[in-house]
Design a protein around this ligand. Structure first.
Ligand code: PLP
Length: 397
């Protein structure tokens, strides 16, 4: 006998993975260069060369037993200290190594934080459009997953809906900015309004409502847009950070959870996160990578290739009459399906070997997502197909 909900999760691939696997099969038939796969958010720029240099440094200068040995459950002190110093330099965070838990990327970190907050009847709120894995993360921890519908077409926060979704069981709001799938960055005005609302509601219901700030795309912003550091605006923020996208290291599984000292019930919260990580067997992040990160906290990605891809796609799609969310960050465009049904539009695009993800699983079924972490050639050669698709939709009207 197996657990039925775990079986369902394992046996049914996500729509994104489904498309990605389809793309692989299709490439074997028509050739890789003839499949325009915009499905998966796998970075397309290599990790900065300093990362490789840091690996060599760690391997050549450190004792091998230390490099490959277990670290403290929360992470090696040198890595936690380096990250705290980085947060303090950049944001004046007032962080210390005692506030940091090194994790295997944002996904398991989110699960640990959600699990730490999963008291009886706990409800966690996501703002659409949202990363689809939030739902299984919350539900597998026994929580109830609530969704605030998207604020279309601005893709900021639908405050009237958020206000009416919060109730006495609300434990946290999960926020992701820069956002997957919309590429939106929540501006300071939006975040201040959110902080005010959550402060008011926390007082009303008699316990803190935390923000879980999911930040794998923090450093991926364009045209000088800045991402406000949420703990400075709302102390009850728990940051889940990852180096997967910022340093193009998604396969290495490294990131951190930061619980600001000013957060309500800091010590209990931090202990519960450590306990949740322990309960899911997720302590002691990869040791080599902790030592590498300790040497790389100053590195920022070179976004030239993404910026150019974004410009090409944005201009090309606009010229065909597509409408899109303002793509200030990450490497996604969230585009309105011209026929009003992104699933049907994605199926149509598939016929032209263009793979795009319908927004249903992101809580926004009228839009589809394009990951522009692809080659420039892919964009240049696929753009005419988007034109063709628009014509097909117009003809069908
Ligand atoms: N959160 C968001 C919004 C993501 O897009 C992703 C990955 O694509 C993750 C979390 C998981 O990232 P990680 O590789 O750090 O586990």
């Amino acid at each position: 006998m197996v657990n039925a909900s775990m079986y369902d999760l394992g046996a049914n691939r996500s729509c994104i993975r489904e498309l990605f696997e389809y793309g692989r099969q299709r490439a074997a038939v028509v050739g890789k260069e003839n499949v325009f796969d915009y499905s998966l958010g796998n970075p397309s720029i290599p990790a900065p060369k300093e990362v490789n240099q840091a690996i060599i440094q760690v391997l050549s200068q450190m004792d091998s037993l230390q490099v490959h040995g277990y670290t403290s459950a929360t992470g090696d002190l040198s890595a936690r200290t380096a990250i705290a110093q980085d947060l303090n330099r950049r944001f004046g965070a007032g962080a210390s190594e005692e506030d940091l838990f090194l994790g295997c990327g944002a996904a398991p970190e989110l699960v640990s934080v959600i699990r730490a907050l999963a008291v009886e009847n706990a409800e966690l709120i996501a703002i659409a459009p949202y990363f689809p894995e939030y739902k299984p993360f919350v539900e597998s921890c026994g929580g109830t997953f609530r969704v605030v519908p998207a604020d279309i077409p601005n893709f900021q926060i639908n405050f009237a809906a958020l206000r009416s979704t919060i109730n006495k069981n609300t434990q946290a709001v999960i926020l992701n900015s820069p956002n997957n799938p919309s590429g939106t960055v929540y501006g300071e005005e939006t975040l201040r309004e959110l902080a005010d609302l959550l402060t008011e509601k926390s007082l009303q219901i008699g316990h803190p409502i935390y923000i879980i700030s999911d930040e794998p795309y923090r450093e991926l912003v364009y045209d000088g847009v800045s991402v406000p550091f949420l703990p400075n605006l709302y102390p009850n923020t728990i940051v889940c950070y990852s180096y997967s996208k910022s340093l193009s290291l998604p396969g290495e599984r490294i990131g951190y959870v930061y619980v600001p000292r000013q957060a309500a019930d800091h010590d209990a919260l931090f202990a519960a996160i450590c306990g949740a990580a322990r309960a899911s067997g997720h302590v002691c992040a990869p040791s080599l990578w902790q030592h590498v990160i300790a040497r790389c906290t100053d590195l920022r990605p070179n976004l030239t290739a993404y910026a150019e891809n974004r410009r090409l796609l944005w201009q090309g799609l606009q010229s065909f009459g597509y409408e899109m969310a303002q793509p200030d960050g990450a490497f996604y465009l969230f585009v309105k399906a011209p026929n009003g049904n992104a699933k049907a539009f994605s199926d149509l695009a598939k016929e032209l070997d263009v793979l795009i993800v319908p927004g249903d699983d992101f809580g926004c079924p009228e839009y589809f997502r394009l990951c522009y972490c692809v080659s420039r050639d892919c964009i240049q050669r696929s753009l005419p197909r988007f034109g063709e698709l628009m014509q097909m939709v117009k003809k069908a009207r």
